[in-house]
Design a binder for this molecule. Structure first.
Ligand SMILES: Cc1ncc(COP(=O)(O)O)c(C=O)c1O
Length: 404
């Protein structure tokens, strides 16, 4: 829509760099054949873009073997492959209340239907999980810690290196949801001791929807939970054990791979650090502007160190959904309201009972003008607010270490 101020980048980045659109179109027109299935030149050339993108992403995550970079539909798909392929009856997994449903629900299913024990660690009043709390939960049968790198609700970046060190000391596999961090916060699978880093292409990696994947560290074995065509070794009855085929099934989303290839090149050209600095400067401006408005409550935004450019707020006495509608209809601002697929964050904040909060997600194409417009819009809404159920006075996160 014309003049839309898009502040929903945590849902998906929009727009994409021009390079992403152009390369997807060019690639599919020129090389839109099924890669790796035949020996003719075009097929080999199409396969080269797959390999190049695997190599680029492996380097991006500081992996050691590009064949262990596998593609999937998105991070939800990759997390399902990882969690169902690592955990089984009698295993114990530790996760946190900061997670998205893409971690919570697979673990819930594993708990309900597959005999896996799951503990949820709480975040503190600033939005961080304590690595020592996680370590204190380790048991003999603890197999996996599954944790979000950056929260899609409150924006906090968890201390992965510390969590990874503790996992390494206890022989526990660290599975990380990098959906919100990949492309804006550096991820080093070796330094962070990550066993499986799951990513999605359509957020800060600036690719399209429908492409994601995982980097699986050497020595980590993920069981097959699916099987199908790979284009090679067709006579073999069972699915291939070797990577990347092990975790890939059927014809890949090549237009998605091409878009991710171009998006990642754009990110590398700009530099993740520069993108993050730009977004964080806008976040600070937004936070300061909203903080100065009477009747606006912000959550976990006091200290923007270890933060991505995601801000959660409520206008006191207004339902989050109503604030979102006013931002949309009266001010042409796109945001996301509700529980953001992360219900436990809102339970811990005390915002679940008022149907969540309003989230602004800042992206690389946002400007100071967008932010100032958003602040003015919220000020207008807060000033004119109507009296409906009151917002809980302040978030009351549980103590870290409390068990759900
Ligand atoms: C933290 C987090 N994890 C997982 C996901 C799921 O991403 P996708 O829908 O691309 O699988 C999202 C998307 O909103 C997210 O923010």
């Amino acid at each position: 829509m014309e003049n839309l101020i898009y502040l929903d980048n945590a849902a998906t980045s929009f727009p994409k760099p021009e390079e992403t659109y152009v390369f997807m179109d060019q690639f599919y027109r020129r090389y839109g054949v099924n890669p790796g299935r035949s020996g003719y030149d075009l097929c080999i050339e199409a396969g080269q873009i797959l390999e190049q993108t695997r190599r680029m992403l492996t380097t991006f995550f500081n992996g050691t073997d590009w064949t262990r970079l596998v593609f999937s539909y998105n991070s939800t798909d990759a997390l399902n492959l990882a969690l169902f392929g690592l955990l089984g009856p009698g295993d114990h997994a530790i996760t946190t209340t900061v997670e998205h449903n893409s971690v919570l629900r697979p673990l819930y299913h594993l708990q309900q239907f597959h005999g896996v024990e799951v503990d949820h660690m709480h975040f503190d009043s600033k939005g961080f999980v304590d690595p020592d709390d996680i370590a204190r939960r380790f048991k003999k049968n603890t197999k996996v810690v599954a944790i979000n790198h950056a929260s899609n609700v409150i924006g906090t970046v968890q201390p992965l290196q510390e969590v990874g060190r503790r996992c390494g000391e206890h022989g526990v596999l660290l599975v990380v949801d990098t959906s919100q961090s990949a492309g804006t916060i550096p991820i080093d699978v070796q330094a962070m001791n990550i066993a499986v880093a799951c990513f999605t292409g359509h957020k800060s990696l600036m690719g399209p929807m429908g492409i994601g994947g995982a980097y699986v560290a050497e020595g980590v074995t993920i069981r097959h939970t699916r099987a199908g065509g790979t284009g090679v070794k067709s006579a073999q009855r069972t699915h291939l054990d070797e990577y990347p085929y092990r975790l890939e099934y059927g014809t890949p989303n090549m237009v998605g791979v091409a878009g991710l290839n171009a998006g990642l090149k754009w990110v590398l050209k700009k530099g993740t650090h520069a993108i993050h600095e730009h977004e964080l400067a806008l976040l600070a401006r937004l936070r300061d502007g909203l903080r100065a408005i009477d009747g606006v409550t912000l959550y976990c935004q006091d200290d923007l160190t270890d933060h991505i450019a995601v801000l959660l707020f409520n206008v006191d006495s207004l339902e989050a959904g109503d604030t979102g509608t006013m931002l949309d209809v009266d001010h042409n601002i796109a945001c996301r309201t509700g529980l953001h697929c992360a219900p436990l964050v809102h339970e811990d904040l005390g915002t679940a009972q008022i149907h969540g909060g309003v989230r602004f997600g800042i992206g690389p194409f946002n400007t100071e003008e967008h932010i100032d417009h958003a602040i003015a819009a919220v000020r207008e809404i807060a000033t004119a607010r109507v009296r409906v159920p009151p917002t809980p006075a302040a978030p009351s996160p549980r103590r870290p270490g409390d068990q759900r």
